[in-house]
Design a protein around this ligand. Structure first.
Ligand SMILES: [Zn+2]
Length: 215
């Protein structure tokens, strides 16, 4: 059997098992989604959002990319954020990074000439390293340096979220969403909270939205 065929078989078994346990489950699932969380995580296969928080389908609206970045010119991520905040009206946005992140480790290294697109994608993490270079370089090992940068990268993305007009408008008008920065430890499977920004948190004035404007 091909590996992808196993996925299809597993899917059949899963759907059957869920239906046996709860016959109305898929009717309810098909009707609408009302997730409470937008999850912005790393594409890494070892950090599957729904599984590590034991969530059922319908609970987590998700966007994943390499090294869980929120980049202001990335229409993909921004569209997900806009839909989650303005249409689904999620009360919480979670940016979740993880230790031993390949994207973060690569950002601490030289650019690879064979991966020009990835080099660009990782530039923002290099910028975060540059802003915290003294702290990171003072750490003893490569692993510690990469793991601290993974944490700082998460915190940067949460701050970036707070700078978006989509978030600031929702904060002013609806007192949501709360922004969370978490990091996942692969060797024990546990999540750790790094930062929480409730609605109305301080935003540097140059990132604040002028009243009556949305741009
Ligand atoms: Zn990663």
């Amino acid at each position: 059997m091909q590996s992808y065929e196993k996925l299809l078989l597993e899917n059949k078994a899963w759907a059957e098992e869920v239906r046996d346990r709860d016959p109305g489950y898929f009717d309810r699932l098909a009707a609408a989604q009302k997730p409470e969380f937008l999850w912005i995580g790393c594409s890494d296969s070892r950090v599957p959002a729904d599984i590590i928080v034991n969530a059922r389908p319908g609970a987590v609206f998700a966007h994943r990319n390499i090294a869980n970045q929120v980049i202001a010119t990335d229409f993909n991520c921004l569209s997900v954020i806009q839909y989650a905040v303005q249409v689904l009206k999620v009360p919480h946005i979670i940016v979740c990074g993880h230790y031993n992140c390949g994207g973060v480790r690569a950002a601490l290294d030289r650019q690879r000439p064979d991966l020009p697109l990835l080099n660009k994608w990782l530039m923002h993490i290099k910028d975060t390293y540059r802003a915290h270079r003294d702290e990171i370089d003072a750490l003893n090992s490569e692993t510690e340096r990469a793991n601290r940068l993974a944490e700082l990268n998460v915190i940067e993305q949460v701050i970036r979220l707070s700078q978006f007009s989509i978030v600031q408008s929702a904060w002013q008008e609806q007192q949501r969403p709360t922004l969370h920065g978490w990091v996942f430890r692969l060797d024990d499977g546990l999540l750790h909270q790094l930062v929480t920004l409730p609605p109305g948190s301080d935003v540097d004035v140059i990132y604040q939205q002028r009243r009556g404007q949305d741009s």
